[in-house]
Design a protein around this ligand. Structure first.
Ligand code: NDP
Length: 492
């Protein structure tokens, strides 16, 4: 039975998307549902099952059965083949998946297509890596042979946010399955339709029942229940610092290891010798992509004072030309995901007005954008002091902050001067400075003369400080999804 009818044109009928447990679409045990809202129009276009504690428990038990049974007995090469098959199925379904994601989250179609492509690439990367993950033999005393074994944890929980459902699902579930775990996923209630469809594709690829279970529902209900569940052996969480703290506390009660990816206030440092022509489109895209709702958004630009005015003028020219509109119109940016997120951005902008910050430029919302959609035109704020709330906190909207600096030491102090440390960009031609700064930045990733490297499935990703801990993506992520066992044999 299909969890969700998937027409190619994304005009989804008003229907109820069910939970996906044991390779089957099932209703929530309470029978309750939640509305699915189209951010481009503000209208309800479907319902999803409202998973709660009992449903999460059912999903965890299903995953445990798979891990103790057929999935746990599947060897690494076969796990890899199944993930590669899943990658092919995602490729086959790229367009309908992109259309679902675009309607559900409000992101422009081309972004949703890029997300579907990245999802396939995650399954491809981790499918290829599954049989290359191994332990070591260690030199030890005469008469011993000592080895390490990398073993799956068992059942892993994945709490996925609404901003990049497919990509964030792919990076964490792909790595976990490759390592041999069975998964229970709690998507954001505001963006779960694409993931329910991927559950069906995983079943079609041949993953045994229970290997991948998906339980949409409210964070405070299904999410909290997953974090607290004693049958979960590892948790991956992506979202806000406050919820991340709550999830880590709940997991600590049963000594469950956690990977936390908690967003940032990522700076881009622009020095006077930078190639501004190359930098400019990257600086703009790093904040308007996904309407600024990106954990690694380049949301602050720090510019050396001698080129500050010229840089702000160039940014302003580009910002004034940006257009926001319905997801299907595929403009520079779509709406924000929810009314709540729109209100959050408005609150920050009211604060900017109250503080007399300089609105250097603003893009437009196109005339045909429905008035009930959750739109926000991109905003460029100049001369923002480093200690201001807008320089310190993640806005998660299309709002770019620009601040001047006088020298390298001050640039570094400003860059490191927030609680976050996820990503940083540096624009300079000076090789020695590139290395100095890369080493001194408190950040999980540093990009020199580029930003984001096109997503980088292969590149380990995660933060320091309040941006979280642990690494997703790349080969590194596989280690988090295994536990290391040391075996010492005394043979004389
Ligand atoms: P949350 O951190 O609350 O939500 C992220 C995920 O956690 C969602 O799946 C959510 O479910 C779930 N969740 C919520 N409460 C709990 C809980 N008590 N236990 C377990 N899981 C829970 O973020 P918001 O959606 O409220 O967004 C607020 C801000 O968080 C944004 O403005 C942004 O700054 C930041 N954020 C950062 C992201 C990133 O990529 N690093 C992604 C999303 C948000 P549900 O949505 O169904 O409630």
């Amino acid at each position: 039975m299909s969890a969700l009818p998937v027409p190619a044109d994304a005009t989804l009928p008003a229907t109820t998307a069910q939970l996906f447990i044991d390779n089957e679409a099932v209703p929530a045990q309470t029978g309750q549902t939640l509305p699915v809202v189209d951010p481009s129009t503000g209208t309800v276009f479907g319902q999803i099952a409202r998973g709660q504690r009992d449903d999460v428990d059912r999903a965890v038990r299903s995953a445990r059965r798979a891990f103790d049974g057929p999935w746990g007995r599947t060897d690494a090469a076969q796990r890899g083949r199944l993930l590669l098959k899943l990658a092919q199925l995602v490729e086959r379904e790229r367009e309908p998946l992109a259309r679902i994601e675009s309607r559900d989250t409000g992101k422009p179609l081309r972004q949703a297509r890029a997300d579907a492509t990245a999802l396939a690439r995650y399954f491809e990367f981790y499918g290829g890596a599954a049989d290359k993950l191994h332990g070591q033999t260690l030199p030890y005393q005469e008469g011993y042979t000592v080895m390490t074994l990398r073993e799956p944890h068992g059942v892993t929980g994945h709490i996925v946010p609404w901003n990049y459902p497919m990509q964030i699902f792919g990076r964490s579930v792909g790595a976990s399955l490759a390592a041999g775990n069975a998964c229970v996923v709690k998507p954001a209630e505001d963006a779960c339709l694409s993931l329910l469809r991927i559950g069906e594709l995983a079943a079609e690829a041949g993953l045994p029942p229970g290997t991948l279970n998906i339980v949409p529902g409210l964070g405070a209900e299904a999410g909290q229940a997953l974090a607290e569940h004693p049958g979960v052996d590892h948790l991956s969480f992506t979202g806000s610092t406050d919820t991340g703290r709550r999830v880590a506390q709940a997991a600590a009660a049963h000594f469950c290891p956690v990977t936390l990816e908690l967003g940032g206030k990522s700076p881009q440092l622009v020095f006077a010798d930078a190639d501004l022509q190359a930098a400019m489109p990257v600086l703009v895209n790093a904040i308007i992509q996904n309407a600024g709702q990106t954990c690694s958004a380049g949301s602050r630009i720090l510019v050396e004072r001698s080129i500050y005015d010229a840089t702000v003028a160039q940014l302003a020219e580009r910002f004034a030309a940006l257009r926001a509109g319905p997801a299907s119109a595929d403009l520079d940016l779509g709406p924000l995901v929810t009314r709540k997120q729109q209100q959050r951005v408005w609150d920050f902008l009211s604060d900017a007005q109250a503080s007399d910050l300089r609105f250097a430029a603003q893009g437009q919302i196109v005339d045909h954008a429905p008035s009930e959609g959750f739109y926000q035109a991109p905003v460029l704020l100049a001369d923002v002091p480093i200690e201001h709330r807008l320089s310190q906190h993640e806005i998660f909207g299309p709002v770019l902050i620009v601040t001047p600096f006088d020298d390298e030491a001050q640039a570094l102090a400003f860059a490191n001067g927030t609680d976050y440390g996820l990503v940083a960009g540096v624009w300079t031609q000076d090789g020695a400075r590139q290395m100095r700064i890369a080493r001194r930045l408190q950040s999980g990733q540093v990009f020199i003369n580029n930003y984001g490297a096109g997503g980088g499935v292969e590149l380990p990703f995660g933060g320091v400080k309040h941006s979280g801990y642990g690494r997703e993506k790349g080969f590194e992520a596989l280690y988090a999804f295994t536990s290391l066992k040391t075996v010492a044999i005394r043979h004389g």
